[in-house]
Design a protein around this ligand. Structure first.
Ligand code: FAD
Ligand code: MLT
Ligand code: ZN
Length: 479
């Protein structure tokens, strides 16, 4: 008898565990692995040994045990909408992609405990719908919600547009079920709001980008649905004015303030160029627009009068130059659609150098003024695609090549220097080089330069302890 090569015997084992149809390789006739191998922004195209699609926690555990025995790295993947190249395989052809999308069931809803337990591969929009059908709100919301999964949201500790009120994914999670690097199952699906029995493993797993364990299910918090929700769009004369408006909105709306997004003129111009049917309001005569959302627990009339008095005060203080309040849900959705189309419009325009940074809100205007000037001096003609979650101090500060320049050549020649300039500024302003997208592979080289060395040493020690073989998403987060 001839022995099978190690990779073939692993594939045979994985097929036994998950079924032949759920282990896809390049050798399968007609197989196209590109949806799993190519990242959303098309920055990297990897090559997988196989794509494995388990349908239960037991299958995930068995897959991990088999891969650990064969010393084969595993890249967990949800909806593959990540923006930092964290969920696709490298180019070696030696890693398996563990696609979680078949594990998508809502396991339980506990209305009295205000919790919902769901499998990791559930698409965020389906989770939101399950909560709504049960009469509740699951507030996590982001442009990719039609295809990202809750496992990916937990893996990246995603933020989105409701963080100013509800926090990011970490704050929405009470319990996890996780398969460890050894293929053991941690049954941590607690719906407890209080549990001080030692180290917080849940919060360690959340945001670890698939490098410490594979999340198979989670217990998430539910909230009451608001009685009314209103959306406004305001033109503001400067970023300082946007910060002033944020202060007024906190004062006047209190916990009703559920969204506060800022959008620069060039970013809105890209939406207008690529999606003219969306009819972007007020953008041509102002450097910045703000999208605000007021969620009210009383009724629509109360929400409207609160909103109107906020905008009147803002107009009087001259921090708003013009504003519209959506008359109905359809208009509100159209305004949100404009905001959520910025990423897609950027992708249509071509590659740019993305920065997902956080800075204390109070210092954002000074950061932008100073960094814009430095960029203009070092890279004349660059255009800034700025937008983001100003309510959380999270700016998407993206650098587009000068008009008419070849953007691929611009990235090739300048990306590292642009990143260094921007991240040095982030450090100077006490910020973070990743607010919500994570580190992935894109920022792995920069992290040691901008993160506290003691924190990095503790992170390395944790990784070494939990995954001594380094088989879970190697090369991501920590190089
Ligand atoms: P993937 O891309 O598949 O994976 C992301 C990371 O999580 C990888 O490191 C992967 O290995 C790991 N992972 C996936 N599943 C698991 C699991 N079950 N267990 C352990 N690790 C896992 N992000 C924001 O934070 N805020 C936004 O507003 C936002 N808007 C976006 C808008 C658009 C149009 C797009 C394309 C992306 C946006 N993103 C945003 C980024 C992205 O959607 C989020 O990072 C999202 O959380 C990724 O989910 P996913 O299921 O696609 O994960
Ligand atoms: C957003 O806020 O729309 C996202 O984080 C996506 C992006 O930065 O492009
Ligand atoms: Zn964002």
């Amino acid at each position: 008898m001839t022995a099978l090569p190690l990779s073939s015997s692993l594939i045979a084992q994985l097929r036994q565990i998950c079924g032949t149809a759920n282990v896809i390789t390049h050798d399968d006739p007609g197989a196209d692995l590109s949806p799993w191998e190519q990242d959303w922004r098309k920055r990297v195209r990897g090559r997988a040994l196989a794509v494995v699609r388990p349908c239960s926690t037991a299958e995930v555990a068995a897959v991990v045990k088999a891969c650990a025995a064969a010393n084969t790295p595993i890249v967990p993947q949800g909806g593959n909408t990540g923006l930092v190249v964290g969920g696709v395989p490298d180019g070696s052809g030696a890693q398996i992609v563990l696609s979680m999308t078949r594990m998508n069931a809502v396991r339980a809803i506990d209305p009295a405990n205000l919790t919902l337990t769901v499998e990791a591969g559930c698409v965020l929009q389906n989770l939101q719908a399950a909560a709504e059908n049960a009469g509740f709100l699951f507030p996590l919301s982001l442009g990719a919600e039609g295809s990202c999964t809750i496992g990916g949201n937990l893996g990246t500790n995603a933020g989105g547009t409701q963080v100013v009120r509800y926090g990011n994914t970490r704050e929405l999670c009470l319990g996890l079920e996780v398969v460890t690097a050894q293929g053991d199952i941690w049954h941590g699906l607690s719906g407890l709001r209080k549990d001080n029995t030692g180290y917080d493993l849940r919060n360690l797993m959340i945001g670890s980008e698939g490098t410490l364990g594979i999340i198979t299910a989670a217990t998430m918090k539910l909230y009451p649905q608001p009685a009314a929700q209103l959306t406004a769009w305001a033109a503001v004369p400067s970023l300082e004015s946007a910060v002033q408006l944020l202060g007024l909105a906190h004062q006047r709306l209190g916990p009703g303030l559920t969204g506060f997004e800022v959008m620069g003129q060039f970013a809105l111009g890209l939406v207008d160029k690529h999606y003219p049917q969306l009819r972007v309001p007020l953008w041509q005569d102002t450097p910045w627009c703000v999208l605000l959302e007021n969620s009210d627990s009383e009724n629509e009339a109360h929400a409207r009068s609160q909103f109107e008095s906020l905008l009147e005060a803002a107009l009087e203080a001259a921090c708003v130059s013009d504003a519209v309040v959506a008359e109905n849900l359809t208009q509100a959705r159209s305004l949100w659609r404009i905001r959520e189309s910025i990423t897609l419009a950027q992708a249509e325009e071509g590659l740019n150098i993305k920065h997902d940074i956080s800075i204390p809100v109070s210092r954002i205007p000074a950061f932008v003024a100073e960094t814009d000037a430095l960029l203009a001096r070092e890279f004349p003609g660059v255009r800034m695609v700025d937008f983001g979650h100003l309510g959380d101090g999270n700016l998407h500060y993206n650098v587009q090549a000068p008009a008419g320049a070849d953007e691929k050549a611009f990235l090739r020649d300048n990306e590292d220097r642009v990143n260094t300039l921007v991240f040095d500024q982030v450090l100077k302003f006490d910020g973070s080089i990743s607010a919500e997208h994570g580190v992935g592979e894109l920022k792995v080289g920069k992290l040691p330069l901008y993160k506290d060395p003691t924190a990095l040493a503790m992170m390395r020690a944790i990784k070494q302890t939990l995954d001594p073989q380094n088989i879970l998403n190697p090369g991501r987060v920590l190089g």
